[in-house]
Design a protein around this ligand. Structure first.
Ligand SMILES: Cc1ncc(COP(=O)(O)O)c(C=O)c1O
Length: 359
């Protein structure tokens, strides 16, 4: 049997019970799941495409690939041929299967950040490869690795990697023939800093060779329930992924493809959603600081990465006693054991409840 990490969320259950016992009810800031409505443009497109009896294209409709390329150009200054875009069923499945789809071999090391979304580790294991969490590529010395993940803005820290940093990672990887997969699912949620795509000319210097950008509609468009994302980049790699995914039946449902076109073409709903998160973040952050937490990084994305100087489980308990459930930093790597991750994905009413309990 494959050795996969224990699902850590079970360890949070006693604190969830504690928070639920609060007379004002729980404020659950432990997960980054959207709570606001799916935009009407998406629901209408989904309904209009409901009569879809035939198999959808694994490659996606030409309209979907154009919409993704158009969004990358309009919002992120990235020029890409629509042919080099491939829809995915949300981005988590792609993160989990990318090493396997790329043919990473047992014993090879898949590199990802020290503090990271746990699925990079899982993906390495599913391929029989070695997960390797490091923020210092130089520590690898001359070793050749097949795949390096970057994630900016980061889950859990909200840290943004500047173009110069990403450029160095790309140069390092290209020298060794490694693929850089850049998980950019929070790219539209820059607050104090402006996130940049790995496919931006300032980073990739005009070539997408060895690069894949992984995108998700879950956060931008409240689409987590629809399961919609895409991967874009190096034509050779995208063709390879398409080939394997066709054989494996990894295709986005046709009505979801239609809804995805609608949200990629529309910026108004994404700007409105961004404003909701900006407001929640603007009230939560100072409330945490007044209550004794120091917020670090958190320049972008959906999370506040915070510490009061004690261990992460003590902080989880202290907040659960006030009815607020957060995630212990340890879930994202050993380096997170002194921090908690606080998601801004709760309704205004729940966020305001948290703010008053922190006073
Ligand atoms: C860093 C990161 N990557 C990928 C995902 C997966 O998102 P989805 O599968 O909804 O596209 C998440 C979800 O929270 C995430 O935080």
């Amino acid at each position: 049997m494959l050795a996969l990490p224990d699902f850590p969320w079970d360890r949070l259950v006693p604190y969830q019970d504690l928070a639920r016992a609060h007379p004002g009810g729980i404020v659950d800031l432990s997960v980054g799941t959207p709570v606001d409505p799916v935009p009407p443009v998406a629901r209408e497109a989904l309904a209009a495409a409901a009569d879809s009896p035939g198999y959808p294209l694994t490659y996606g409709t030409p309209r979907l690939r154009e919409a993704a390329a158009g969004w990358l150009r309009r919002r992120h200054g990235v020029t890409i041929d629509p042919a080099d875009v491939l829809p995915t069923i949300g981005s988590k499945e792609l993160v989990a299967w990318l090493p396997t789809l790329l043919g990473v071999r047992p014993g090879e090391r898949v590199v990802f950040p020290e503090l990271a979304y746990p699925t990079y580790d899982v993906g390495a294991r599913l391929a029989g490869a070695e997960p390797y969490a490091t923020d210092g590529l130089l520590a690898l010395g001359p070793e050749r690795v097949p795949l390096v993940w970057v994630n900016s803005p980061s889950n859990p820290t909200g840290r943004v990697l500047p173009a110069e940093h990403l450029r160095k990672v790309v140069a390092w990887a290209r020298e060794r023939g490694a693929v850089v997969a850049s998980d950019e699912c929070y790219i539209e949620l820059g607050w104090e800093e402006h996130p940049v795509s790995v496919l931006h000319p300032d980073v990739c210097e005009g070539s997408h060779e060895n690069l894949l950008a992984v995108h998700s509609l879950s956060k931008r468009s409240n689409f987590a329930g629809y399961r919609a994302g895409f991967v874009a980049g190096d034509p050779r790699l995208v063709r390879r992924l398409l080939e394997v995914r066709k054989h494996a039946g990894m295709m986005m449902p046709a009505p979801v493809q239609a809804a995805t076109v609608a949200v990629l073409d529309d910026d108004a709903h994404a700007d409105a959603q961004r404003e909701r998160y900006a407001r929640r973040r603007a009230v939560l952050r100072p409330a945490l600081e007044r209550a004794g937490w120091r917020v670090e990084h958190s320049a972008a994305g959906l999370y506040l990465w915070a510490t009061d100087g004690t261990g992460c489980w003590d902080q989880v308990r202290a907040l659960a006693e006030r009815g607020i459930l957060v995630a212990p930093g340890e879930f994202y790597g050993a380096a997170g054991r002194g921090h908690v991750r606080i998601a801004v994905t709760a309704t205004d009413e729940r966020v305001d409840a948290a703010v008053s309990r922190l006073q």
